[in-house]
Design a protein around this ligand. Structure first.
Ligand code: PLP
Length: 465
């Protein structure tokens, strides 16, 4: 496998772009990322002609894979050929808005923007404007894009910016808590209840190894926010139109947020974001309300057409059956492989999302290899993996792995993240399997993937683990 062209391109890129990339995570691949020339179905082909099975899928937007079905392609090309945009409304944005409102019960009105980041920025501003309060509760390890209010680390007592360039005085309004921890939420509401504008969370942590909520967690968030007059915002930028099909993750969990942010799939592979929710709240955006919100490219006709045709195609075809079926096959195959080769590791994900988290401990204190476990004086847990979640951790309290499965960001961070990135990722790439850049980013099944892609990938995991 040669990579001369990618190396040459990265060399040029380093001279003209910071870190050689336009989005930080892309440079996580060492020594340099491969440059993609084109996609085909569930595969990508790089600048040197190497072909990979692609489970990154643009980091989420590509539900249909790289070959867009004919009606999707036709609509995109037509919109592009009619002049890209106008600065005045177009019919297709009304069609897409109606589609979302019809399928996502909590969404009565929606505003389209140009990225997931822009969606969460606007949702936080809207929540603050609507409630007249400043504070926002977020989950440690949750990701809501590159924005000031959520690039915050630490805990509710000591929040601090997680990036240079953000004033401490901004971070003070953000209260980070561990995911799946009801007591931590109770504490922040006891302390700051009257000042909390919103709890902002991904329904499933999708940017930190995939962490599933414990049973009842979202119901609890719904109740406590209602009690205190705060809003519940679901960031469904990843899960929207992926988990729970066209009803999104909120339909899967049966919890109705006040606001939902969308991105990724809703633009069919083009730059997009959206904020939807109760009409009475969303109407607070300008011009009907006083929370300023605007964008030159918002509701871009090419994006709207790509999003609409993608979702209509998914509604009319077996897209969710296909991607969720292959996702299940991958996760259960991985569960079997881990039971043999790495019993301390955890398979996570649901629907068409999957990941293996390199957790260090499992039932019986089992570690990856017997050598690692020797001399270990950890208390022995249950010594069988029988009846564990078969196809991805569901935080099932009766599962023998329950005490060892990652419940929050700290648990994922404790995993063998360096082994994942520096050893395992390259071993998969050498077998022509492209996984996400590190332990934290999610992996996605698309409509372009096949049974054969899944089988080859499972074989590669067997070799690489
Ligand atoms: C990707 C992502 C974002 C940011 O979206 P961008 O389009 O990259 O700005 C926000 N929230 C979640 C949950 C995401 O996965």
């Amino acid at each position: 496998m040669t990579e001369d062209n990618s190396q040459e391109l990265y060399d040029r890129a380093l001279s003209v772009m910071p870190g050689g990339v336009n989005s930080a995570v892309r440079a996580a691949i060492e020594p340099y990322p491969f440059f993609v020339r084109k996609g085909e179905g569930g595969h990508v082909i790089d600048a040197d002609g190497n072909r990979y099975i692609d489970w990154v899928m643009g980091l989420g937007p590509l539900l249909l894979g790289h070959d867009l079905p004919e009606p999707v392609q036709a609509s995109i090309q037509q919109k592009a050929s009619e002049g890209p945009m106008y600065g005045t409304p177009t019919p297709v944005e009304v069609d897409l808005a109606e589609f979302v409102v019809r399928h996502v019960p909590s969404v009565e009105k929606i505003r389209f923007v140009n990225s997931g980041t822009e969606a969460t920025v606007s949702a936080v501003r809207l929540a603050r404007g609507y409630t007249g309060r400043n504070k926002v509760v977020v989950m440690q390890g949750g990701y809501h894009g590159a924005q000031e209010s959520t690039l915050v680390e630490g805990d509710a007592e000591n929040p601090r910016p997680s990036s240079a360039g953000i004033p401490q005085s901004f971070a003070e309004h953000t209260l980070p808590v561990p995911f799946n921890d009801e007591d931590a939420i109770r504490e922040v509401f006891d302390e700051h209840g009257d000042d909390i504008a919103a709890v902002l969370t991904e329904p499933i942590l999708g940017n930190y190894g995939i962490v599933y909520p414990e049973d009842g967690y979202h119901e609890f968030l719904r109740e406590i926010t209602d009690e205190h007059g705060s809003l519940l915002i679901f960031d469904e930028v990843i899960t929207g139109f992926r988990v729970g099909g066209l009803g999104c993750a909120q339909s899967e969990f049966g919890v109705t947020p006040d606001l939902t942010t969308f991105g990724k799939i809703i633009g069919g592979g083009f730059p997009v974001g959206a904020i939807g929710g109760r009409a009475e709240i969303v109407e607070h955006f300008t011009p009907s309300g006083d929370v300023f919100q605007a964008g030159t490219f918002s509701g871009h006709p090419v994006t709207m057409a790509a999003g609409l045709e993608t979702l209509q195609f998914a509604a009319a075809n077996d897209v969710y059956d296909h991607v969720n079926g292959l996702g299940e096959r991958l996760r259960s195959g991985l569960t079997d492989i881990l039971a043999d080769q790495a019993p301390s590791y955890t398979v996570t994900g649901t629907d068409s999302m999957f990941k293996v988290i390199f957790t260090r401990e499992g039932p019986s204190g089992v570690q990856r290899t017997p050598e690692d476990a020797s001399g270990d004086d950890r208390e022995q847990g249950p010594d069988s993996l029988e009846e564990q979640c078969e196809a991805g951790c569901r935080q099932n309290a009766t599962c023998p792995r329950y005490d060892y499965c990652p419940k929050n960001a700290a648990d994922v961070k404790n995993a063998e993240t360096e082994r994942w990135r520096r050893i395992f990722w390259g071993r998969m790439k050498d077998q022509d399997v492209f996984l996400s850049q590190n332990q934290f980013e999610c992996q996605f099944v698309s409509y372009g993937h096949t049974e054969e892609d899944v089988e080859k990938t499972l074989e590669a995991y067997k070799e690489a683990l």
